[in-house]
Design a protein around this ligand. Sequence first.
Ligand code: SF4
Length: 302
Amino acid sequence: MSCIVDEIRREKEKQNAVILAHLYVDGEVQEIADYCGDSYYLSQMAQKTDADVIVFCGVEFMAESAKILNPEKTVLMPARDADCPMAHMATIEQIKKFREEYDDLAVVCYINSTTEIKAYSDVAVTSSNAKKVVSNIPNKHILFIPDQNLGGHLAPMFPDKEFHFVDGYCHVHNFIDPKQVEALKAEHPMAKVAAHPECAPEVRAMADYIGSTTGILKYAQETDAEEFIILTEVGVAHRLHLDNEGKRFFFPETRPVCPNMKKVTLEKVLRVLKEHNDPIEVAPDIAERAKECLVRMHQWGG
Ligand code: SF4
């Protein structure tokens, strides 16, 4: 193991590369990353880095966002086939239809969207900054795509606005079983429940705290409790245990695992660093429009 880690480090230095890893990838991959965090944090780091090569340990929309913000840099994905199914759950046709229907429509896309969807949207959000971004939108009608759970979590915070949704969801969070959460609560009555807003409404209703992955990490650190029920992807367990010695974390029996995030391995990181195979490319016209959507997110949600 240390041999491959050393080789990755050597290769990284030689190429002036930076490794960004999402908190849902395996712990050993998180360990070799220069920056590890949620989509918003990684997007900020991608914008700031002066590295020549970005190795993105995550899914495709994340690496594409990094490329859009850094068109001159080489952006590589260790698992080139790691994709987020939710990113494809809204269509350009749906956006066009809503725009025809509502004159003052603002199209707000979750960062978990394809580059094409970003190019047709007005602004992107992450679960960390969605509230702040939406509070900067003057329009009454908001089409929030693709995640109807995050949108449904936000909508009640803006009673003067009318939210519209499409049928999008994250299969990892949406199918967390409320019965399993109830069982965990019965087993650990003193535990605080922290849920990601991608969870379904009945699961969110059981939570003491609802927030992004980074928000959940912060909540666990700052809350004076010894036990937590965590309702998000199990990859966060790695960081939760590192940051909170002595605290105990419980996940639902059917563990929420994102199979795409788990495609990233140390071997694949090393291989892509050495071979630079299949770097991320985004058509310049689409990239330019998608960039506006991402830059606006950083301006309004920073
Ligand atoms: S956890 Fe859900 S939203 Fe995140 S990449 Fe996996 S499928 Fe997509």
